[in-house]
Write a protein that binds this ligand. Structure first.
Ligand code: UT7
Length: 335
């Protein structure tokens, strides 16, 4: 059974990766860490870092243009552009508006959505409603980040984990029984202090004091987030599958948020899925926050791991705290 009124799915994907590679060995020269520690605790070997003159909207626009080419449609066919990010170019205007202008999506509404690393899943679930209801035929959903800009490069607890990048998907109508079959979104604002960036908003407006206290950097209680991650990454897919009338045995492939290989393996064990059913690229890119799921999905598709007719689960967790899963039957079907 399709999820809404009109079946909606992913008709094209694209990514943008900064050229500069920062390896664990490079990090050994910046903070008191080691390749051995980072690899064994996270699985990460390297990450991409955007050059100083590259912004989130630039990465987002490049990924979007590639996704549009993949979908075979022009930017003028997009009715809505949603950018999921925790690192917008600025407080306002929305990064989505900067992307809309840059790619020439002249018929598109545009807004940002902030759900931490779950942002792309939230954006996909939101955008799908507009296609499903018939309000728009095509929606562009983008996860884009320059997390390096909010890193405290003296804090080894966080700076070794993240990377910059963008991933995009074009949503559009698909054939009966294809596309989005089930969605599970959730939040627990009570855990907001476990992963945050406290300054620059109405609570702590930017001033010399907030800068001196490093309040414009990402802060995280890694251990607590880890426990939350394993729980939500294994439970949320089950709820989305249930809505789709499916079971964990029906999963052909899972594309998880790329934060930590130990989190992914623990979630797979709980879902009784073998390792070859999940895509992992965090060794190359680290945690790219909202960009992680669309990049992994794009690469899984390009490598032929996600095939027409497959039941695919996308799942993520992140700041908020938030979590979310989308169950899809991959492909376009007959439209
Ligand atoms: O997308 C959502 C974003 N967040 C996450 O996904 C984070 C989820 N959490 C994690 O991935 C893990 O908790 C971490 C990778 C962040 C940390 O791994 P851990 O096994 O939970 O380590 P820990 O925090 O318990 O730290 C163990 C030790 C500490 O030393 P002491 O206090 O035991 O002496 C840390 O100071 O490891 C130390 N440590 C490091 N050592 C070398 C922390 N970071 C580093 C480092 N290099 N980069």
């Amino acid at each position: 059974m399709p999820y809404g009124i009109r079946p909606v799915g992913i008709r094209g994907t694209g990514i943008s990766l900064p050229k500069r590679v920062l390896t664990n060995r490079d990090l050994e020269k910046i903070v008191d860490t080691s390749d051995e520690w980072i690899t064994s605790r996270t699985g990460i070997k390297s990450r991409r870092i955007a050059d100083d003159d590259v912004t989130t909207s630039m990465l987002a626009s490049e990924a979007a243009e590639r996704a549009l080419r993949d979908a075979g449609i022009g930017a003028d066919k997009i009715g809505l552009t949603i950018v999921a990010t925790i690192t917008p170019d600025m407080m306002f205007p929305a990064t989505a508006c900067l992307v809309q202008d840059r790619i020439g999506a002249k018929n598109s509404a545009a807004y940002d959505l902030e759900a931490g690393c779950t942002g792309f899943i939230y954006a996909l679930a939101t955008g799908a409603q507009f296609v499903s209801s018939g309000i728009y035929d095509h929606v562009l959903v983008i996860g884009a980040e320059t997390v390096s800009r909010i890193m405290d490069w003296e804090d080894r607890n966080t700076c070794v984990l993240f990377g910059d990048a963008a991933g995009a998907a074009v949503l559009g109508p698909v054939g009966e029984d294809y596309g989005v079959l089930g969605i599970d979104l959730g939040s627990d604002g009570g855990g907001g202090n476990l992963l945050d960036l406290p300054a620059g908003g109405s609570l702590h407006p930017a001033d010399e004091g907030t800068v001196a206290n490093k309040m414009h950097y990402l802060r995280m209680q890694g251990n607590e987030v880890f426990k939350f991650a394993v729980r939500t990454m294994s439970e949320s897919p089950l709820r989305a599958l249930d809505i789709a009338g499916l079971d964990k045995k029906d999963i052909d492939y899972i594309v998880p948020h790329q934060a930590n290989e130990r989190i992914i393996q623990a979630a797979l064990r709980r879902l009784q899925l073998s390792g070859d059913k999940a895509y992992i690229n965090l060794d190359r890119y680290g945690n790219t926050s909202a960009a992680s799921v669309p990049i992994a999905l794009h690469e899984a598709k390009e490598e032929g791991k996600v095939k027409d007719g497959d039941i695919v689960v996308l799942v993520a967790f992140g700041a908020g705290l938030t979590w979310g899963s989308v169950v899809l039957r991959w492909g376009r079907g007959e439209t």
